[in-house]
Design a protein around this ligand. Structure first.
Ligand code: ADP
Length: 168
């Protein structure tokens, strides 16, 4: 049910939706956001332009276009600012809202990247532990909602952090 995998989230085809670590504009960007927009093709931007942006901690859904999955759930992680700016609560909210949007759309299999730990500089060990805790909370509240929730992690060090959090 909860898994980690090393890889490129744009190549995943065993889920119904992938989550994008987007920015508030939803106009694309670098990192995983850029990779998702490149793989999906220009129609994705045409759709996300119309979504009216997204607040930090919130999530919005689009189609997947040329991606191997039907949907992309765009969430905006907090930018790390030392830890006293609600970063932990906002990161937890990204996971909760992404899963709520998935449930609203009948999505039972979903893959997350490591939200906020790239250019947003959230410390990866803390991010992993917040991510796993919040996902477990949602699952305990909605035990029938999901069949598969996984993290697709781009490097060994990040994967090790999520594996450690899952083994806590
Ligand atoms: P943020 O702005 O939320 O920090 P980034 O895209 O900069 O988002 O980084 C988030 C994480 O996504 C980092 O661990 C980065 O290495 C990883 N990443 C980048 N490209 C991909 C990809 N194609 N698939 C999965 N993870 C990716």
């Amino acid at each position: 049910m909860l898994q980690t995998e090393l890889g490129d989230i744009t190549k995943i085809n065993d889920v119904e939706a992938i989550v994008n670590a987007a920015n508030k504009s939803l106009m694309g960007g670098g990192g995983v956001d850029g990779a998702i927009h490149r793989a999906a093709g220009p129609e994705l931007l045409e759709e996300t332009k119309k979504l009216g942006g997204c607040e930090t901690g919130d999530a919005k859904i689009s189609r997947g276009y040329n991606l191997p999955v039907d949907h992309v759930i765009h969430t905006v992680g907090p930018i790390w600012n030392g830890g006293n700016s609600e970063e932990a609560a906002l990161l937890a909210r990204c996971y909760r809202r992404s899963l709520e949007v998935a449930m609203d759309n009948g999505i039972k299999k979903i893959a997350f990247p490591s939200i906020s730990t790239g250019v947003y500089h959230f410390p990866v060990d803390q991010a992993a532990s917040i991510a796993v805790d919040e996902v477990r909370k949602v699952i305990s509240e909605q035990p029938e909602a999901f069949e598969l929730i996984k993290w697709i992690l781009f490097d060994e060090e990040t994967k090790a952090a999520y594996d450690a959090a899952l083994n806590e």
